[in-house]
Design a protein around this ligand. Structure first.
Ligand code: 2PG
Ligand code: MG
Length: 451
C-alpha cells in the first residue's frame, strides 16, 4: 500500500500572551492545506543557567520581553526548512530545527521558536492521523495516568511572600484513579485556603496558583499543609505525600558559596522589631544562610519530621559535589529531582547518572527546545533507573501538550500547579479526558511503591 502523504504545507507563528501577561510564541503547522496543529510555548521564572535560549527582543515594547524575533524566525527560516517535510517524521522535523539553528543552545532561532513548531507539528500529525496526541507520541504504550505533584503553596520567585523554597506540593499516591487523586488535591487546597483565612494569612495566589502567605520557614509551611491534609479527611503519609521544589539555585550565592534565606531573615527581623537594613551580629538581625552541609542536614531533618517523598533542586545547579553527597545521604529514602541541574538535557543527565547524582529528572520541553530531545531525556532517565517528572513552567498558556506527553511516556508523575488558574487546570482537565478515554486499561499508581 502506498504511504499516505502528509506534507507540511504551512508554518505560521504569532506573538500571544502567557499567564503572567508576558509575550510568548504560538505556532500553527498545517498539513496538506487542511489539518492544523497549534501550540503555545511556556516560560520560566527560576530558569536554570544551562537552559536553551528563550529569544527575547530586548526592545522597549513589553519591557524588553517581546518575541517578535522568534516569531519572525518561525515565519521565515523555519517555514522554509520545513515545507514539504512529512509531518509524521517528528525526529526529522526536530533534527531540521536543531540544524537550522546550528548552535548548542538554540541561541540563533530561539528555543521558543523551535519548540512552538516542534509541538505544533506533533499536534498536526495527530490531527491528520485522527488519533489523540498521547497515542501519537507514545504509540501502543500509553496507559498510565500521572500522579499530580500539585503545588498548593508558592514561594521563591513565584510569589512575593517570605517563603524561600519555591514549591510545596501534595501527591495523592493512594487514590484509585487520577480523577479521585485530583479531587483529593482540590479538597486539600480548599481546606488550606480556609486555614490560611482563619489565621489571618493571605489567600492570594502565586504564579502557579498556590497560596502565598507570609510564613517564617519550611517547617511552618509543612505544618500548615499537614493540617490541611488532615482537615480534608486524609491521612498524611499513608494517603497523601509531600514534595518540595527548593529551587536552590535561586538561593545560592557564588561569592560565599552559601544558600541565602532572605524571606526567613526578613520575617525573623520583623518579629524581633529590628530596623530594616540594620545588620549587626545579634541573633535577631543576622542573615539566615546555610552551607551545603547545613542544607543537607536541613533536608534530613525535614524528611524525618514530615511525609516528604520528593525534593527537587535541593542544591544549586553547579554544586555537583554537594549533589553527590545529598544523593548518598538521602537518595535511598526520597526522590531527588534535578531541574536546573539537568535542564532536560541528555548531556547533563548522562553526567549526573555517571556521578550518581539525583535519581529523577524534571522534564520541561522548553528547557531543551524540541519534543524529540525532551523524549530522549525521558528515555535516558527511564533506561537508567531514574524517574521522569513531566512539568509545566511558571509562565504557561492554555496549551495542554504536557498532559499528553506525561501519559505518552508513562512517566507516572506530573507537576502542573494548583487547581487554580485556567492555565494549570487545563492540563488537569485534559488528563481527566484521557483517563476516561483509556477506560479499562488506564492505570494510576504510587510512583514510590518501592522507595
Ligand atoms: C520549576 C518551574 C516550574 P519555573 O522550577 O520547577 O514549577 O518553575 O518555570 O519558574 O522555572
Ligand atoms: Mg524546579
Amino acid at each position: 500500500m502506498k504511504k499516505k502523504s502528509l506534507a507540511i504545507t504551512d508554518v505560521h507563528a504569532r506573538e500571544i500572551l502567557d499567564s503572567r501577561g508576558n509575550p510568548t510564541v504560538e505556532a500553527i503547522v498545517t498539513v496538506n492545506d487542511c489539518y492544523e496543529g497549534r501550540a503555545g510555548v511556556p516560560s520560566g521564572a527560576s530558569t536554570g543557567k544551562f537552559e536553551a535560549v528563550e529569544l527575547r527582543d530586548g526592545e522597549l515594547r513589553y519591557m524588553g520581553l517581546g518575541v517578535q524575533k522568534a516569531v519572525n524566525n518561525v515565519n521565515t527560516k523555519i517555514k522554509e526548512a520545513l515545507i514539504g517535510i512529512d509531518v509524521c517524521d517528528q525526529k526529522l522535523i526536530d533534527y531540521i530545527l536543531i540544524d537550522t539553528d546550528g548552535t548548542e543552545n538554540k541561541g540563533s532561532l530561539g528555543a521558543n521558536a523551535t519548540l512552538s513548531v516542534s509541538m505544533a507539528a506533533a499536534r498536526a500529525a495527530a490531527e491528520a492521523l485522527n488519533i489523540p496526541l498521547y497515542r501519537y507520541l507514545g504509540g501502543v504504550r500509553p496507559n498510565r495516568l500521572p500522579v499530580p505533584m500539585m503545588n498548593i503553596l508558592n514561594g521563591g520567585r513565584h510569589a512575593t511572600n517570605t517563603v524561600d523554597f519555591q514549591e510545596f506540593m501534595i501527591m495523592p499516591v493512594k487514590a484509585v484513579s487520577f480523577k479521585e487523586g485530583l479531587r483529593i488535591c482540590a479538597e486539600i487546597y480548599h481546606n488550606l485556603k480556609k486555614i490560611c483565612h482563619e489565621r489571618g494569612l493571605s489567600t492570594g495566589v502565586g504564579d502557579e496558583g498556590g497560596f502565598a502567605p507570609d510564613l517564617p520557614d519550611a517547617t511552618a509551611v509543612l505544618d500548615v499543609i499537614v493540617e490541611a491534609v488532615k482537615a480534608a479527611g486524609y491521612k498524611p503519609d499513608e494517603e497523601v505525600k509531600i514534595a518540595i521544589d527548593a529551587a536552590a539555585s535561586e538561593l545560592y550565592n557564588e561569592d560565599d558559596k552559601k544558600y541565602h534565606f532572605s524571606g526567613e531573615t526578613q520575617l525573623k527581623r520583623k518579629w524581633a522589631g529590628v530596623e530594616n537594613d540594620f545588620y549587626d551580629e545579634t541573633d535577631e538581625s543576622r542573615e539566615i544562610t546555610r552551607t551545603t552541609e547545613e542544607m543537607i542536614a536541613y533536608y534530613e531533618e525535614l524528611i524525618e519530621r514530615f511525609p516528604i517523598v520528593s525534593i527537587e533542586d535541593g542544591l544549586a545547579e553547579d554544586d555537583w559535589d554537594g549533589w553527590q553527597e545529598l544523593t548518598k545521604r538521602i537518595g535511598k529514602k526520597v526522590q531527588l529531582v534535578g531541574d536546573d541541574l539537568f535542564v532536560t538535557n541528555t548531556k547533563r543527565l548522562d553526567a549526573g547518572i555517571k556521578l550518581e547524582v539525583a535519581n529523577a529528572i524534571l522534564v520541561k520541553v522548553n528547557q531543551i527546545g524540541t519534543v524529540s530531545e525532551a523524549i530522549e531525556a525521558v528515555e535516558m532517565a527511564q533506561n537508567n533507573g531514574y524517574k521522569a517528572v513531566i512539568s509545566h513552567r511558571s509562565g504557561e498558556t492554555e496549551d495542554t501538550f504536557i498532559a499528553d506527553l506525561a501519559v505518552a511516556m508513562n512517566a507516572g508523575q506530573i507537576k502542573t500547579g494548583a487547581p487554580c488558574r485556567s492555565d494549570r487546570v487545563a492540563k488537569y482537565n485534559r488528563l481527566l479526558g484521557i483517563e476516561e478515554e483509556l477506560g479499562k486499561v488506564s492505570v494510576y499508581m504510587d510512583p514510590f511503591h518501592k522507595l
